[in-house]
Design a protein around this ligand. Sequence first.
Ligand code: URA
Length: 210
Amino acid sequence: MRVHVADHPLITHKLTVLRDENTPSPVFRSLVEELMTLLAYEGTREVRVEPVDIVTPVAPTTGVRIAEPKPLIVPILRAGLGMLEGMVKLLPSAEVGFLGMARNEETLEPTTYAERLPDDLSGRQCFVLDPMLATGGSLTAAIEFLLQRGATDVTAICILAAPEGLKAVEEALHGREVSIVLGAVDERLNEVGYIVPGLGDAGDRLYGTV
Ligand code: URA
């Protein structure tokens, strides 16, 4: 598992405002989108491209374009949805699939309640979006889902992670190669599975408590 923490003062600044309990939902939503665009920049460093010939007003040249098959972006519902716009902005030609996962608040185990993904993911580059890598349960389940459908190239993009969750994902992957791009690694998980200091419940802060 390759972990990259996108250590950049702009990211840390935006994260600080995001963490603040006084930041209202509309600002929180815009910040998640902005942070996502910055993290997407880091997360797509190895996006597959192919050569393309073009002619500038001055001369012919060869550039690159995003290769086929198109990358697949998979936000984990519901909080991952808040990250989608920021990612699509940077990778507009990607396709988008959805994975609905909720954790049982007592066992903290993830369950899949919705899925809209291509049956065959062979050769697809997949980008999983989940803002909070807490216990690692839902991210592991999502990654397993994609690997079982044939994906061989998976990058997870998360805003915050707990060290315990990172360790759990790594152990569950048994050496299978996956990249994780993060805004920050926080101190720890608390006894009810929240990241400390974290930012609270990302879904609630994005969308309210419904
Ligand atoms: N999910 C959240 O939204 N926040 C946490 O701190 C942990 C899991």
